[in-house]
Design a protein around this ligand. Structure first.
Ligand code: ZN
Length: 208
């Protein structure tokens, strides 16, 4: 099943995933990086129809694509302000070389997601509204910038909080099914059990 997940890596190094959880032509996006041209070509070439996008958190490298996305957008509204106001974040990384508009389109609270087979995990730390999306039938968890293969998300940006990150590792990551695959917001995927064993930033907070 996992091989059917399409992955696109943006120039911002963030990943956009497209999955087909229903075994038909309906697809769901996970994260909307700034350059959606390639993912949208993939949708067109495969005659898919888009049910919506799940955004893991409000940083521009995961959410700026909202502007060019025509379907429903779901996220934890704790991060709505960040997602709607990307300029401050962008200025930090590009020294004001790039301008982004405020996003005024519709964003739906992840609590109102109409698909019960998707489990949302609230894991604040990288941002206050960071979430992971679990698809039990696919054995996958999309962690955004919470947990990567070899590291964890930084906590020094706006609404980031180191203590919350540690609690999220202890109370959320520790309960992830060890056989599931983590598909992070940056970099390659890895099995939960291997991250527990090999990711030193995670390992130190788990008592096995
Ligand atoms: Zn981020």
């Amino acid at each position: 099943m996992i091989s059917e997940i399409y992955k696109f890596t943006s120039f911002t190094t963030s990943n956009c995933y497209i999955l087909r959880p229903f075994d038909d032509e309906i697809c769901i996006f996970v994260d909307l990086p700034p350059d959606l041209t390639e993912p949208l070509i993939y949708v067109k070439e495969n005659n898919l129809s888009i049910a919506g996008a799940l955004v893991t958190h409000g940083h521009f490298d995961h959410a700026l694509g909202m502007e060019s996305f025509q379907s429903s957008i779901y996220m934890n509204l704790e991060d709505e302000f960040l997602a709607r106001n990307p300029q401050e974040q962008i200025s930090m990384f590009t020294n004001n070389a790039f301008n982004a508009e405020k996003f005024n389109g519709e964003i739906t609270d992840i609590k109102d997601l109409p698909y019960e087979f998707i489990k949302t995990h609230y894991n604040p730390g990288h941002t206050a509204g960071s979430v992971s999306y679990e698809f039990p039938e696919l054995g996958t968890i999309f962690t955004g910038d919470f947990v990567f293969k070899d590291s964890i998300g930084r906590t020094d940006l706006k609404t980031g909080n180191h203590n919350d990150m540690i609690s999220s590792i202890k109370n959320v990551f520790s309960k992830f099914n060890p056989d599931y695959e983590v598909l992070p917001g940056h970099g390659p995927s890895e099995k939960v059990s291997n991250i527990r064993k090999e990711n030193v930033l995670i390992k130190e907070h788990l008592h096995d």
